[in-house]
Design a protein around this ligand. Structure first.
Ligand SMILES: C[S@@+](CC[C@H](N)C(=O)[O-])C[C@H]1O[C@@H](n2cnc3c(N)ncnc32)[C@H](O)[C@@H]1O
Length: 248
């Protein structure tokens, strides 16, 4: 029996960032299983008269995945939409879905990540940045060291902070990050930062731009991306022309 799962990146906040491939996947699925935030992004293309929609939370997701999987008939499709790109900072759930459905029955459709939108807004290229997600359940001490090293190496950093509403001692939000950097010898009074909340969400998006030290004591929504801006612009005109020719 073939039970097909489509893991689909949507948003990260606006239906305008939905790709045609993502829309087709959702339309051909009998079951749509997602968190409220992602379901809201795709609401306008769901037809509740022929599709079954399941709203999941962290607490009930396992039982709903099992329920839908058991209910699915041969050659039916289920879509699980993920915020932004399912290939970034979603593996704790994606890995479980691969386990339930089996790799051969799963297609992952990439989306536009919140870090891509933050990269565009701050005009800092992804390939010149160190990308980090603290939005994980696992221990983050090693990642904190990576953060310090990247800053010392003069790289820009695009990161997802860690909100932990049930246990604020495990938070690693912008204010915690700013204090952590200062404690580890970074001069936060000159370190340029951006914080983006609700990226691409109509009428809700906010942009903060300042120095890392300013973030101490500030509260941002969990739905936020932080950028440490150490970018130096270099166009092809800065390089030796024979070298540039060689690259072509
Ligand atoms: C589990 S991670 C998922 C990341 C997602 N897969 C992506 O590609 O953007 C959830 C975190 O992503 C970030 N995020 C997702 N959508 C966002 C948005 N519209 N604006 C700002 N941050 C967002 C926030 O840091 C949020 O806590």
């Amino acid at each position: 029996m073939q039970k097909n799962l489509l893991i689909v990146g949507v948003g990260p906040g606006s239906p305008q960032y939905l790709t045609c491939v993502a829309m087709d996947a959702i339309k051909k699925s009998k079951y749509i299983v997602g968190y409220k935030y992602t379901l809201d992004t795709v609401e306008s293309i769901i037809d509740k008269t022929r599709q079954e929609v399941y709203h999941i939370t962290m607490r009930n997701q396992e039982s709903i995945y099992q329920h839908v999987y058991n209910k699915m008939k041969d050659r039916e499709y289920c879509t699980v939409p993920f915020t932004g790109d399912a290939n970034f900072s979603e593996s704790e759930v994606v890995d479980r879905l691969l386990e339930i459905f089996g790799d051969n029955n799963v297609e992952i459709i990439p989306g536009i990540s919140s870090i891509q939108v933050a990269s565009s807004k701050s005009m800092i290229p992804l390939d010149k940045s160190y990308i980090l997600s603290f939005h994980i359940s696992d221990d983050i001490e090693k990642k904190k060291k990576e953060l310090i090293n990247a800053i010392m190496d003069k790289k820009s950093v695009i990161l997802l902070p860690r909100p932990w509403p049930d246990d604020p001692s495990r938070n690693f939000m912008q204010s915690d990050i700013a204090k952590f950097l200062k404690l580890h010898g970074i001069d936060t009074s000159i370190l340029k930062v951006w914080v983006f909340e609700y990226l691409s969400k109509y009428n809700k998006e906010t942009i903060f731009r300042g120095k890392a030290i300013d973030l101490e004591g500030m509260n941002f929504n969990p739905l936020s991306v932080m950028v440490i801006d150490q970018n130096k612009r270099h166009s092809y005109r800065d390089f030796d022309s024979s070298e540039t020719r060689h690259l072509k």
